[in-house]
Design a binder for this molecule. Structure first.
Ligand SMILES: Cc1ncc(COP(=O)(O)O)c(C=O)c1O
Length: 393
């Protein structure tokens, strides 16, 4: 034990020396546009709370009904005695929302991706993955015996070359995030689907940063790129826009979901999703089907922030997504600005190498439908003041 402890201590010191130690800031309120941090109220611009539903009264009531009527949890995996009527209802409604045959719930999207590839593919198959895919895709792919190929981020020429080179394999699966979380850029799904059709490959999209709010009807990047009927497998999370609690799912054809229920290890060997979350998620879908109000507010807020931050002189990554990277270049500068913004009661986070490429340090702002125009103006005013202080605008 001493040997291990000493090794870990050295490793932690190294992490600290490299400025990479992650301190967790304690929040003393619900997740919302305004939160309590370090005993003061700050405007939150770094949550994945895109639709502002994390503390929605409607959802809290639905979750309480879930508790009252279906209990705390199942104390069981799904196939023993862990499937309630509400689990089937949520799966059915997610399938309908995404226009897929069927859906299987997991405790998280990390688990959905972890249990996807090894269940479907074997050593006669190949997985072709975008270089910037989420860690859960990378880990899921590692668990699978299929051959692995990687194309440079969104590089369609490289993807095509790999597809050409791998025609002898039984099955080829292209896997990509729908929206990439550090840049807020959207996968080139039209192009990917065309190549997949040409070279007879399967397409998997992880739409965690898009499901529920992105695209004309909020169905995600697959909706934004108008390829809903060409995507074979979608994984996504219930832990961001869709209420923000936790949970994930895979939506696909009947056969794929059937085999995942039989063989996918994070599904077979892990407890069922808690009824409070299931009931709240059903309510999210109900709200999304009712009208597009939240979607419109989010789009308006995003467009307003993007144009205002550019107007005052910051450089951002172009796009339309509520993930807005404000490019600063230098890691220390990004950290200093984020710290000063907190003093102005605006909570944003600086990202630097190795999370993003060297020399591309940034502050990543995330916009929510819960932000008021006034909230966004306050953030812009603070960015203006701090930007002048550091002479970056
Ligand atoms: C693209 C992507 N996939 C998967 C996940 C994991 O989702 P969950 O929190 O449901 O495990 C995330 C969350 O950070 C993500 O951004």
């Amino acid at each position: 034990m001493d040997t291990l402890s000493n090794k870990l201590k050295t490793e932690i010191e190294l992490i600290k020396d490299n400025g990479l130690y992650k301190n967790e800031r304690i929040i003393n309120s619900k997740q919302d546009a305004e939160i309590s941090v370090d005993n003061k109220l700050v405007l939150n611009f770094c949550a994945n709370n895109y639709l502002g539903l994390s503390s929605s009264n409607d959802l809290i009531i639905a979750a309480k009904n879930g508790l009252d009527n279906w209990g705390l949890g199942l104390s069981s995996v799904r196939f023993i005695c862990g499937t309630q009527a509400i689990h089937k209802k949520l799966e059915m409604q997610l399938s309908k929302f995404l226009n897929m045959d069927d859906t299987i719930l997991y405790s998280s999207c990390f688990d959905a991706n972890g249990g996807l590839f090894e269940t479907l593919l074997d050593s006669n198959d190949v997985i072709i993955s975008d270089a910037l895919n989420h860690a859960s895709i990378i880990d899921g792919v590692r668990l699978c015996k299929a051959q692995r190929k990687r194309y440079a981020h969104s590089n369609m020429k490289e993807l095509e070359l790999i597809l050409k080179d791998t025609q002898s394999y039984n099955n080829r699966l292209i896997t990509t995030d729908g929206v990439f979380s550090m840049d807020g850029d959207v996968a080139k799904l039209q192009h990917i689907c065309n190549l997949a059709e040409q070279y007879k490959a399967i397409v998997h999209v992880d739409d965690s940063h898009a499901t529920g709010f992105f695209g004309p009807t909020g169905r995600g990047s697959v909706d934004y790129c108008n390829v809903m009927d060409q995507i074979d497998i979608i994984t996504s999370t219930l832990g961001k826009a869709m209420g923000g609690a936790s949970g994930g799912f895979t939506s696909s054809s009947k056969n794929i979901i059937d085999i995942l229920r039989q063989r996918s290890r994070p599904y077979l060997f892990s407890n069922s999703l808690a009824p409070a979350i299931v009931n709240a998620s059903i309510k999210v879908l109900y709200l999304l089907n009712e009208n597009n109000d939240l979607l419109h507010t989010l789009n308006e807020n995003t467009a307003y922030f993007r144009s205002e931050i550019t107007r005052i002189g910051y450089k951002i990554k172009d796009g339309v997504h509520p993930i807005i990277p404000i490019m600063l270049g230098d890691a220390k500068l990004a950290q200093n600005i984020a710290q000063d913004m907190l003093k102005e009661n605006i909570y944003v986070i600086g990202f630097s190498y190795p999370v993003v490429p060297k020399g591309e340090a940034r502050i990543r702002v995330q916009i929510s439908a819960a932000h008021s125009r006034n909230d966004i103006d306050k953030a812009i005013n603070a960015f203006h003041k701090i930007g002048l202080k550091y002479k970056v605008i």
